[in-house]
Design a protein around this ligand. Structure first.
Ligand code: ADP
Length: 489
């Protein structure tokens, strides 16, 4: 298949979260499966300096019958996959990606609608006729609409199917209804089943309506999207897709995330020999100025600092947890209010808690390897990658039972009846008491039942969530989308 893959971020070029990991690993796997896949993303400010070669000096992008935009297209290659970078400095040459540090950019809808349209125009300019266009999240969701309604006259896209992958349904790309014309949305498509959302435009909702097929990044999240309480206000739109919306669990790129070979680690290890894990832990403790003692359980968290990740529960639970017998390491960037709260805990417990404010990929690998428990008390979690990395790195995940966290972590039952397959701990309630209790339980297991800890660690490290398996499901979905687009299903 010829696949055009649209994403606002790609690991290795620009990453703010899990979308970037998927936009790197899935195309790589599809390429290895024999498909011709091309990725399109913006040429952000940080990428301009890299001076990637220009493949098209000028691409004209008509968003409306009267608004032509112009951009330059650069190209690089990741894992043998061509990645096209859309250079438009007014839209993408900014300091931030989606926001200025405090607020989302006021013209986000226009910026990313432009990206979506530019990707389609680019495929025409390159004479790369896509069998399938995959959009990802709200940023590129409108691509399916453009395919169906801006190019309905165009044989080039006559048999092109579309898939929209929902990595996080809480971000929807809402903007004023006044932008309808500027975004190229026809008046008849500004209705409640399509783009209209209480008078505003909702790009995710509209894209979902027009796409041939859609998927959530885990089966659990697919179910949650269809429920009123967890569907981010769009449960009716998700339910209306019926079987055209499926759940495909993300894979893990074990080439990147393997403690036996990870270049970011000072020592290596695997399930058969954990000496290296202890050494990484001692090294990290030293690096961060914590007491170097492998016997102290190290609890970690690496995350975007945002409400979704459960900091409103984690902060008070940490006050309950921290004592002389545990260490806590937190790495995160994002909302300042959470950063200040975490900084305050670190200030109050200088012997036990470290908080690193920032985005540091190499450090994130060292923390995964050094830690004994990984905390993910998310309010919701479409798939979650860090718990998957933690499993492989032998850091037992402690998760709230939601979305992809349920699909990937076998939580130890209260009576331990499933201890022969348990890989982590979980709690259900959306309150800090349940989390605090679960953190204490983890500490208790560490000190009082080390055999159980080791058994769970072995079971965790044996888990495998490969992209091969996810990729097969994506290929099925693509085929179904193409059949639908061709009117054959
Ligand atoms: P989300 O996409 O909601 O942010 P995921 O768990 O799916 O959550 O993916 C997060 C990805 O971003 C992981 O690869 C994680 O290691 C990485 N990450 C998040 N915050 C940081 C940070 N401050 N420094 C380094 N990596 C981070």
């Amino acid at each position: 298949m010829n696949i055009l893959f649209l994403s606002s971020e790609v690991q290795g070029l620009l990453k703010t979260g899990g979308l970037a990991d998927v936009a790197r690993a899935l195309p790589k796997q599809l390429k290895q499966s024999g498909h011709d896949i091309r990725v399109v993303m913006p040429c952000y400010r940080s990428l301009l300096g890299k001076n990637f070669p220009v493949v098209l000096p000028t691409l004209i992008v008509p968003l409306t019958p009267t608004d032509n935009y112009y951009c330059t297209v650069r190209q690089t290659t990741l894992d043998d996959v061509p990645v096209y970078l859309i250079e438009h400095n007014h839209f993408f040459g900014r300091h931030g990606i989606y926001d200025d540090g405090e607020q989302g950019y006021h013209d986000n809808a226009l910026r990313f609608a432009f990206l979506s349209k530019a990707a389609l125009e680019l495929s025409r300019a390159l004479d790369f006729q896509p069998d399938l266009v995959q959009a990802n999240d709200w940023q590129t969701a409108i691509a399916s609409y453009y395919l169906k309604h801006h190019y309905s006259y165009d044989d080039f896209f006559a048999n092109t199917g579309s898939v929209l992958t929902v990595h996080n349904g809480s971000y929807q790309g809402k903007c004023s209804g006044d932008l309808r014309y500027a975004l190229g949305i026809a008046p008849e498509h500004m209705q409640a089943q399509a783009f209209e959302d209480w008078g505003q435009i909702n790009l995710l909702k509209g894209g979902l309506y027009f796409t041939d097929k859609a998927n959530a990044v885990s089966p659990g999240y697919r179910e949650e999207l269809r429920q009123e309480s967890t569907g981010h206000g769009l449960h009716m739109a998700f339910t209306a897709k019926g079987e055209d919306l499926v759940g495909i669990l993300n894979g893990c790129d074990y080439g990147e995330w393997n403690p036996a070979t990870d270049p970011a680690l000072p020592f290596h290890y695997d399930a058969d020999n954990l000496t290296g894990k202890k050494q990484v832990k001692l090294a990290l403790q030293q690096e961060l100025g914590l007491t170097s003692d492998a016997n102290l359980p190290l609890f970690a968290n690496i995350s975007r600092l945002t409400g979704q990740k459960g900091f409103q529960m984690l902060v008070p639970a940490l006050y309950d947890l921290v004592n002389q017998g545990v260490q806590v390491v937190l790495l995160g960037s994002g909302e300042l209010s959470y950063a200040l709260q975490l900084q305050e805990i670190a200030r109050r417990f200088p012997d036990n808690v470290r908080f690193i404010y920032g985005y540091d990929e190499a450090l994130s690998h060292r923390i995964e390897a050094a830690s004994d428990f990984f905390m993910m008390p998310s309010v919701f979690e479409p798939c979650g990658l860090n718990q998957i990395y933690s499993l492989r790195y032998g850091s037992l995940p402690i998760v709230r039972a939601t979305g992809g966290l349920i699909d990937t972590v076998e939580a130890l039952a209260v009576d331990e009846s499933n201890k022969d397959k348990a890989t982590g701990l979980s709690f259900e309630g959306f309150n800090f008491h349940d989390l605090a209790w679960t953190l204490k339980r983890a500490e208790w297991i560490w000190y009082n039942n080390p055999e159980l800890y080791l058994q769970m660690q072995q079971q965790a490290m044996a888990q495998s969530f490969t992209w091969q398996s996810a990729c097969e499901q994506y290929q099925q979905l693509y085929k179904a989308a193409i059949l639908k687009a061709c009117g054959l299903a």
